[in-house]
Design a protein around this ligand. Structure first.
Ligand SMILES: [Zn+2]
Length: 260
């Protein structure tokens, strides 16, 4: 009789221990699963994803999942919905999709504001007032986006704007230590001067004649690189037709197409 009770207790204790370990291991893995309707949302909102073939779409989904597992997304007076998380991750992955083993080591957290955010922060690093910013100083490893601009960037497929992509391009530019419009980390050395000259001449022409490129890009090479990258990913067809030289070098930077 005694033995039977001990046996039952032993079995119970074993079950408790196994359950505990299972829960613990699950917690440690920290893989953030994609939301249930991610496929539908990526199709509906992310043109870049829609145009990929099936195996590339799978690769894109995996990169999105990895990004979300590595990056905290925090709402500041804004509710972070699954769709917001998915769009932020899509904007992060689009520019680096063809770059092997890319990780945003200079980003830990994305802060999501509802609309216009107030200027309690250092003014430096702001984009087109209230659209977004990459952190400096205390916000070194953070990026600020606004929910409204984030969604707008993906909803309007006919324009050349996407604020979230713009901010991630700044992070790519910043990765080599300097934010100067030249992403040395992904642009082969032999093309650096060509790129610099092309930026300078285009900015000068924009100032002289105006342009179909967002004029915010003429404020500095840093902004030019971010603005022209938005154009490249939002309307590649139009950029290729209107600015073939810029299109060609952006293909080299982002390793798209087969320019060799
Ligand atoms: Zn900017």
């Amino acid at each position: 009789m005694i033995i039977t009770i001990l046996q039952i207790l032993f079995v119970l204790a074993w079950i408790v221990l196994i359950s505990y370990l299972a829960i613990r291991m699950k917690g440690q893995k920290e893989i953030v699963p994609l939301p249930d309707n991610y496929w539908e949302w990526l199709h509906d909102y992310v043109k870049f994803y829609r145009q990929l073939d099936e195996s590339s779409q799978k690769r894109f989904e995996k990169r999105v999942e990895d990004f979300l597992s590595a990056t905290r997304i925090t709402g500041v007076n804004a509710e972070v919905e699954d769709l917001d998380r998915l769009l932020i991750a899509a904007a992060a992955i689009i520019p680096v999709f063809n770059i092997q083993d890319w990780q945003y080591i200079n980003l830990k957290e994305v802060l999501l504001y509802p609309g216009a955010f107030n200027t309690d922060f250092d003014q430096q690093g702001y984009d087109r007032p209230v659209a977004g910013m990459v952190g400096t100083g205390a916000l070194q490893f953070a990026m600020i986006l606004t929910k409204w601009q984030l969604r707008q960037g993906f909803l309007s497929e006919q324009d050349t704007r996407n604020t979230a992509i713009h901010e991630f391009v700044h992070l790519i530019d910043k990765m080599d230590g300097t934010m100067d419009g030249v992403p040395e980390i992904i642009l082969e050395r032999k093309y650096v001067n060509t790129w610099r000259n092309l930026m300078d001449t285009t900015i000068a022409r924009m100032k002289r004649e105006g342009s179909d490129i967002d004029m915010y890009g003429a404020t500095s090479p840093v902004e030019f690189f971010a603005v022209i990258s938005e154009y490249f990913f939002e309307r590649p067809d139009r950029l290729k037709a209107n600015h073939p030289d810029l299109f060609a070098i952006l293909q080299r930077i982002y390793k798209t197409g087969d320019t060799g």
